[in-house]
Design a protein around this ligand. Structure first.
Ligand code: ZN
Length: 185
């Protein structure tokens, strides 16, 4: 197996990547993840997602601009290195300039551990204050989630698992009933 295939871990050291290769080779990656994250969150609907994000925003980011929209977006694919997106749209309405802040979460996180969901949301919320991935950006992330960096690594292990082996959690766990039907085989 080629080390360069660890596309979600390209920003990590060789040591980390080698450890992950060993986990994969020994078929222990799934066990490692399930032991730490035994079940996915239940933030399935966009209403629930909106509430989850707003609650975090109210707790940690005082005086931040209101969010007009928070959605799961199936067009965001983590392979292209985006896990979530924040958009800031300015629109002229009448004679006023109206700003709209939106947060979009890659749909893959609709079925993921709560910890990863929080990590992604914290990242996007931090962008409301700080556009760049600079020191104060990551300080803000760690203020909202002290395990931010640690969770980011595990979240990338989770994406690696999905890419190699498919779903980590059985689909019988409460999943939305209104999405497109899965193919019958
Ligand atoms: Zn970012």
């Amino acid at each position: 197996m080629n080390k360069d295939e660890l596309i979600y871990l390209s920003g990590y050291s060789e040591t980390v990547r080698e450890k992950v290769q060993t986990l994969i080779k020994d078929e222990n990656l799934g066990r490692y993840l399930l032991r730490k994250y035994p079940k996915p969150h239940q933030i399935i609907t966009e209403k629930a997602l909106y509430k989850f994000v707003i609650d975090l925003q109210r707790t940690f980011i005082k005086k931040s601009p209101p969010l007009s929209k928070v959605i799961y977006d199936k067009k965001i694919h983590p392979v292209h290195h985006a896990l979530g997106l924040h958009t800031f749209i300015s629109r002229v309405q009448g004679n006023k300039l109206k700003a709209k802040n939106e947060i979009r979460i890659a749909q893959v996180f609709q079925k993921a551990p709560l910890e990863f969901m929080k990590m992604i949301v914290v990242h996007e919320l931090a962008h409301l204050k700080e556009k760049d991935h600079n020191k104060s950006f990551y300080q803000l992330c760690c203020y909202m989630e002290p395990d931010y960096h640690y969770l980011e690594l595990d979240m990338r292990l989770y994406l690696t698992y999905l890419e190699r082996f498919g779903s980590l959690y059985p689909s019988s766990l409460k999943m939305p009933i209104c999405r497109s039907p899965s193919p019958i085989t």
